[in-house]
Design a protein around this ligand. Structure first.
Ligand SMILES: O=C(O)CCC(=O)C(=O)O
Ligand SMILES: [Fe+2]
Length: 340
């Protein structure tokens, strides 16, 4: 079973501007049919080049996401105080509005950040229908994450009997650190439309975990950074598919073969809200994060000083969203790591 728990100031701070990404060919985002032969190679290619791809044919019934979306929109429509009373202010878990983390990052959004535990009984006071929808959805999406991690291992050339090496760090592992985040970006009309800047919904960052699996409604806003050309491109929404992000920890576990993807969200300017739900797959706090022996070539040096997930998470909570959180752990100058 999947249990969702939400422990406990909401701050109103000035908003920041987000450049609109240049229009670019939509085909730039790889779309991978998870059930097709060759999926493992396509996943590895996408994780090497972009750290990001769209996953189709994932087996999760659309009804689960629809139920969650309905429950989440009903929750976000409640008066502010009720939302806070139900889930507590985000510290970092709980209900947050405009402020992300505790280091001054702000965005045009409200959100619920919840931990997912495989054993504990849900203690959150969220409306039961929302909690149930979250649990069902998370159970299904975690499996997608697990399958993708197996494909990643296969695409990295890990021997068949060890292909569960990444999946086992997260899925079904006692004490693993899985979280789910529901982001609601109401339409923002603070800036006149047609300018080359909008309002930041969620500032640029990489996700610190191993993997993130995102699903949104039909409202656009997500952008990713193409590392090679240093260009931000919009990700056209697709509610029937999932978007997979490589997280910082996976970058280290693969000794830089896979690269975590910088991404951000521009607040919607039309009449429709954006609603996204992200499953974050993190390992147990004691998990050592260092290049996997299964992927290292003979004599290959680690590019990173090793750390535990608990240490990295703690450090991440002390930094700003856009900081290079892996920087302090790099053993080679950043340019050399980027050139690898
Ligand atoms: O809402 C989105 O589309 C992305 C949000 C995000 O990157 C995050 O919650 O880490
Ligand atoms: Fe993110």
């Amino acid at each position: 079973m999947v249990a969702i728990t939400a422990p406990s100031s909401i701050e109103h701070i000035p908003l920041v501007r987000c450049p609109k990404a240049n229009a670019s060919p939509p085909a730039v985002i790889p779309s991978i049919d998870l059930s097709a032969p060759g999926a493992a190679a396509a996943v590895a290619d996408a994780c090497r080049s972009l750290g990001f791809f769209k996953a189709t044919n994932h087996g999760v019934p659309g009804g689960l996401a629809d139920a969650l979306e309905a429950g989440a929109m009903a929750f976000f429509a409640l008066p502010q105080q009720e939302k806070l009373d139900m889930s507590g202010p985000a510290r970092p878990l709980g209900y947050g509005s405009k402020s992300i983390g505790s280091n001054g990052d702000v965005g045009w959004l409200e959100y619920l950040l919840l931990s997912v535990s495989s054993s504990s009984v849900p203690s959150s006071a969220l409306p039961p229908s929302l909690r149930m929808a979250l649990e069902e959805y998370t159970r299904a999406v975690r499996e997608v994450g697990g399958r993708v991690m197996e494909l990643m291992a296969e695409g990295l050339g890990v021997a068949e009997e060890e292909r569960a090496v990444l999946r086992r760090m997260v899925v079904g592992r006692e004490g693993s650190d899985e979280m789910v985040r529901v982001n609601h970006y109401p339409p923002c009309c603070l800036l006149p439309p047609g300018r080359d800047c909008g309002v930041t919904g969620f500032g640029e960052h990489t996700d610190p975990q191993i993997i993130s699996v995102l699903r949104s409604n039909c409202t656009a806003g997500l952008q990713i950074l193409l590392r090679d050309s240093a260009r931000w491109v919009p990700v056209p929404p697709d509610p029937d598919s999932f978007f997979v992000n490589v997280g910082d920890s996976l970058q280290v576990l693969t000794n830089g073969r896979f690269r975590s993807v910088k991404h951000r969200v521009l607040a919607p300017e039309g009449t429709e809200s954006r609603l996204s739900v992200i499953y974050f797959g993190g390992p147990a706090p004691s998990q050592r994060i260092a290049p996997l022996p299964q992927v290292m070539r003979e004599g290959e040096q680690s590019l990173y000083r090793e750390f535990t997930w608990g240490e990295y998470k703690k450090a991440a909570y002390k930094t700003r969203l856009g900081d290079n959180r892996l920087g302090p752990y790099e053993l080679l100058p950043a340019e050399e790591v980027a050139a690898k």
